[in-house]
Design a protein around this ligand. Structure first.
Ligand SMILES: NC(=O)c1ccc[n+]([C@@H]2O[C@H](COP(=O)([O-])OP(=O)(O)OC[C@H]3O[C@@H](n4cnc5c(N)ncnc54)[C@H](OP(=O)(O)O)[C@@H]3O)[C@@H](O)[C@H]2O)c1
Length: 244
């Protein structure tokens, strides 16, 4: 099926990689349902493409009912869901000794439970359709551990494990699974780091070598646009100068 006929649901579409992916898919005339908490940002994005079919909806991915409602919106309006892109994520990194327990909980709620909520919301429809694709933005941090990122690392390792489990359980239902694992990308992500020293260090790296959100979006489009019998399971994308 060509992208033009695909119904794609994207979380975390109000900025960064999610917004860039929305733009890339809108240019290819996909039917889009885009979610995040900042509805004003989603509506600004939709207004860039007055001729395309884009539905915006406020969603907090930590709330299962809201994620289910996002997927239901796609089914109600477009009759199906071909792709769910679980992209929403946060990265308030901190050394473990700083005991930032509420940050840890929030990372797990958004990065891990958010993905699980998406899987749970979309899977029944995709099994019924006997087709679909569930994607997630993982990270190089889901493959390699570094100091100060332990909890974020844990969340992204978990996403990789969950998505591989999903692949093994659902490939016979023709449900494709894809994780896209970027290295440093210039987005708003690093603003979510509360620890000033860590924030400045990450922003410094991102400013010097970071890829653009559009670079990552092009890989998402590649995975969606690949033939139905081809399952792009993992894509790792580092800036050429990134050593980790
Ligand atoms: N930038 C990088 O270097 C990098 C590298 C590797 C992986 N990643 C991953 O890429 C993904 C996208 O991040 P980004 O870099 O594009 O950063 P970003 O610009 O900060 O985008 C994050 C998106 O997630 C949404 N979000 C956060 N919490 C949410 C919640 N509870 N419910 C719904 N949406 C929520 C935000 O929207 P609202 O605030 O409007 O809800 C925003 O749209 C994340 O999973 C991140 O871990 C990024």
């Amino acid at each position: 099926m060509s992208i033009e006929n695909k119904v794609v649901v994207i979380t975390g579409a109000s900025s960064g990689i999610g917004a860039a992916t929305t733009r890339a898919l809108a240019k290819k005339h996909a039917k889009l349902v885009i979610g995040a908490r900042r509805l004003d940002r989603l509506n600004e994005l939709k207004n860039e493409f007055p001729d395309e079919q884009i539905i915006t909806q406020k969603v907090d991915v930590t709330n299962f009912d809201e994620v289910q409602s996002l997927v239901d919106t796609a089914v109600k309006n477009f009759g199906r869901v071909d792709v769910l892109y679980n992209n929403a994520g946060i990265m308030p990194v901190n050394a473990l000794e700083n005991a930032a327990r509420s940050e840890w909980q929030q990372i797990l709620n958004v990065n891990v439970m958010g993905v699980l909520n998406g899987i749970s919301a979309a899977l029944p429809t995709m099994i019924k359709q006997q087709s679909g694709q569930i994607m997630a933005t993982d990270s190089v941090a889901g493959h390699v551990v570094v100091p100060n990122l332990a909890v974020y690392n844990g969340s992204k390792f978990a996403v990789r494990a969950i998505m591989e489990g999903l692949r093994q359980e659902q490939h016979n239902n023709n449900i494709r699974t894809t994780i896209v694992s970027p290295g440093s990308v210039s987005t708003e992500l690093y603003k979510s780091i509360n620890n000033q020293e860590n924030r400045e260090a990450e922003i410094n790296v991102e400013k010097q070598i970071g890829l653009s959100a559009e670079n990552i979006a092009s890989s998402v489009v590649f995975a969606i646009d690949s033939p139905d019998n081809m399952d792009v399971n993992e894509v790792i994308i580092r800036p050429i100068k990134q050593n980790i």
